[in-house]
Design a protein around this ligand. Structure first.
Ligand code: GSH
Length: 128
């Protein structure tokens, strides 16, 4: 998985079905960044690697986690900004401060809606 160039310097800890993870995968691909994929199970920390729960994200144990030169970056939107600021080719963020602010507003709103929708789907399954 991934493009060329940076070899094992970049790891992405994720689950394939997560929209938060997929947005990071998309940006890594747009920027042609080579990375190592480390698949994690969902929710229960017994299905998650020691790398995630003990080393890189012991506090909240969520994915995605981007590891660059051994240092973890957490939270998908923060990861996107980190990638864009670190790899300058094919920029994804807008340069105008107002437009950036508006883009962040929409990102946050969509995130809130995704979380609500996910909770609704999980509750629906649990109700059977
Ligand atoms: N705000 C976080 C949300 C990440 C998140 O909720 N990830 C889910 C996968 S879709 C997760 O790891 N859930 C496991 C858990 O909550 O224990 C982000 O944008 O990275």
């Amino acid at each position: 998985m991934g493009g060329q160039g940076n070899g094992k310097k970049v790891k992405l800890l994720g689950t394939w079905f997560s929209p938060y993870v997929q947005r990071v995968v998309w940006v890594l691909n747009v920027k042609d960044i080579d990375y190592e994929w480390v698949e994690q199970g969902f929710r229960d920390s017994k299905y998650r690697s020691q790398l995630l729960v003990k080393k890189y994200n012991p506090m909240i144990k969520t994915v995605p986690v981007l590891v660059h030169h051994g240092r973890p970056v957490l939270e998908s939107l923060i990861i996107l900004e980190y990638i864009d600021e670190t790899w300058k080719n094919n920029p994804i963020l807008l340069s105008d401060p107002y437009e950036r602010a508006m883009a962040r507003f929409w990102e946050n709103l969509i995130d809130q809606k995704v979380e609500i929708t996910t909770l609704c789907i999980i509750s629906l399954f649990l109700s059977f």
